[in-house]
Design a protein around this ligand. Structure first.
Ligand code: BGC
Length: 558
């Protein structure tokens, strides 16, 4: 059994002050030469993550699974996929991470199970089995007709015919993932048991998959129903009682009004992934106009007391355009989806660096933006070295290729022969391991990895300010510069980001607190000056600046 984390790892709002890092275990590092990344592989790379400044890792599903959807199709919730390691390997990873001050989140996949799961297998074979009630069946496949199909490039209906059962079964995602029936009390109890099991082995929390869809009600879109909120309040209450300091993170890819309630006034998720913001960050950059970022943040900040938004640029899925208007979606595809193979479902299956034309300045600036916002930043593995993607692979596999540790045919990911790897290595010469790898970038002045590390280092040093929910947008009318201030106890930090390809003059009136002696913390501009309550300077194309202003001491009492 994994040891208890040191108490300091789970105190206060730790989740607001650390940088998270997402890891698809199969693609990260192969420790035993079978071509597949594994849990000991992650353990082996903890020192790298520590050097990068990561404070928490999020592991994609590592459970037993036929792997038709990257492990999001679980066939045993209580065991580790044999290719990924053993329970001892899991315990060791958690223990070693904790020893380095790194927390570990797992992925909690509650909405569905693999159709290979013994629960579904028994349910389909035997109508009198108690498991029959764990799934949703139909003779016609016409119920819940208002529920949208999410993987619309692959599936045409949320119902699939099952020969064995002689009925249709419901699935929100792939047909290989049967939805559980949350109206069955045994399902709810089992899913709480599943959470308790892994928290008991030392996980510091969960990123919860596909949260809005658990309950279905005829005549509705069956999204974000009150019952969903109720269920997660129960999970959270169990965690607070039995595993204090652990966190729940919601993946709720919805509109702003539907996303905010997942904070549940502090009684549901401590963190909610900021899906409404993510595509808008890319649109704003492409349009060289920050206004849409300002608008989304105005509608969504601050996160309610004690909770936090979770920001991300890229993850293991596509850049979703589901909640954009038709015009906005077209704009996004025009800006970033010129290669038609990049378009998937409602979005784009691309990694960060290729979206930004392999331009390190833009990647650094967008990463600085992510790290500056009030909330927790989530990095996607490999984005710190500017890894590319493979549009020749199916579905979202192209953004899940092996981590590039060094040069060579397997990128230092594995000792297996290249044709035995879980996925082929990136071959685009702009992003291949010969030009993008940890070994090639670590310690090299000016490399993307070192630039990203410097960002994390400043953010970690000033965690007190960056983790505060305080944020004041700066008025910069007509400017392509996005700017805001993060007020802190000892220092206020001004963050400026030039979203345009041109050098720009910045002029901003500063709030009354501004001390006249700013310190440039990081960025591309060293000539910012403050006079008479205004800041002046120039930012290069896609440049950014983080500037610290010591707090002016309060005047002595009269
Ligand atoms: C995960 C996807 C997965 C889907 C179904 C999502 O939201 O992030 O990768 O395919 O849930 O489990």
């Amino acid at each position: 059994m994994a040891s208890e984390p040191p108490p300091s790892l789970r105190t206060g709002s730790w989740f607001r002050s650390v940088v998270f890092y997402e890891i698809p275990v199969r693609s990260f590092f192969d420790s035993n030469g079978d071509g597949i990344g594994d849990l000991p592989g992650v353990t082996a790379k903890l020192d790298y993550l520590g050097r990068l400044g990561v404070g928490a890792i999020w592991l994609l599903p590592f459970y037993v699974s036929p792997w038709r959807d990257e492990g999001y199709d679980i066939s045993d919730h209580y065991a580790i996929h044999p290719k990924l390691g053993t329970v001892d390997d899991f315990d060791r990873l958690v223990e070693e991470a904790h020893r380095r001050g790194i927390r570990v989140l797992g992925d909690y996949v509650a909405n569905h199970v693999s159709t290979d799961h013994p629960w579904f297998q028994e349910a389909r074979r035997d109508r009198s089995s108690p498991y029959r009630a764990w799934f949703l069946w139909s003779d016609t496949g016409t119920e819940f007709s208002r529920v949208r199909v999410i993987f619309r490039d692959e599936e045409t209906s949320n119902w699939s015919w099952d020969e064995v059962a002689g009925q249709y079964y419901f699935h929100r995602f792939f047909a290989s993932q049967a939805d559980l029936n949350y109206d069955a009390p045994a399902v709810r109890a089992e899913m709480i048991r599943y959470a308790r099991f892994w928290l008991g082995r030392g996980l510091d929390g969960f990123r919860c998959d596909a949260v809005p869809y658990l309950f279905k009600r005829e005549g509705t879109r069956s999204q974000s129903l009150p019952e969903v909120h109720q269920f997660f309040r129960e999970v959270r209450a169990m965690m607070d009682r039995e595993f204090p300091g652990t966190v729940l993170v919601a993946e709720a890819n919805q509109s702003v009004p539907e996303t905010i309630p997942y904070f549940g006034e502090g009684r549901e998720f401590q963190m909610v992934m900021h899906f409404p913001l993510m595509p808008n960050l890319f649109l704003a950059l492409g349009e060289e106009d920050p206004r849409r970022i300002v608008h989304v943040l105005r509608a969504t900040l601050p996160a309610p007391g004690g909770t936090s938004w979770a920001y991300f640029l890229r993850n293991h899925d596509e850049v979703t355009g589901e909640h954009l208007s038709e015009d906005e979606r077209e704009m996004m595809l025009w800006l970033y989806g010129r290669d038609p193979r990049a378009v998937l479902n409602h979005g784009l299956r691309r990694r960060l660096a290729p979206m930004l034309d392999g331009d390190d300045d833009r990647v650094e600036m967008m990463t600085a933006l992510l790290l500056g916002l009030p909330g927790a930043p989530y990095l996607y593995y490999g984005d710190e070295i500017g890894m590319g993607d493979r549009l020749d692979l199916p579905d979202r596999d192209g953004v899940r290729t092996p981590m590039q540790w060094s040069e060579g045919p397997t990128a230092g990911f594995s000792t297996a022969s290249p044709d035995r790897l879980v996925r082929p290595i990136v071959s685009d010469p702009r992003f291949a391991p010969s030009v993008r790898s940890v070994a090639g970038e670590e310690g090299r002045d000016g490399s993307l990895l070192e630039r990203v590390r410097a960002l994390l280092s400043v953010r970690n040093e000033r965690a007190e300010t960056f983790s505060s929910p305080l944020y004041d947008a700066l008025e910069l009318p007509g400017s392509p510069v996005f700017g805001f201030v993060r007020p802190g106890p000892a220092e206020h930090i001004l963050c400026l980001y030039n979203l345009s390809r041109s050098e720009v003059e910045v002029q901003a009136r500063l709030p009354a607190w501004s001390a006249p002696h700013p310190t440039e913390l990081l960025g591309h501009e060293r000539r910012l000056t403050v006079t008479e309550g205004a800041l002046r300077g120039r930012l290069p194309p896609y440049g950014f600046a983080w500037v610290g202003f010591p707090r002016v001491p309060d005047p002595p009492p009269p």
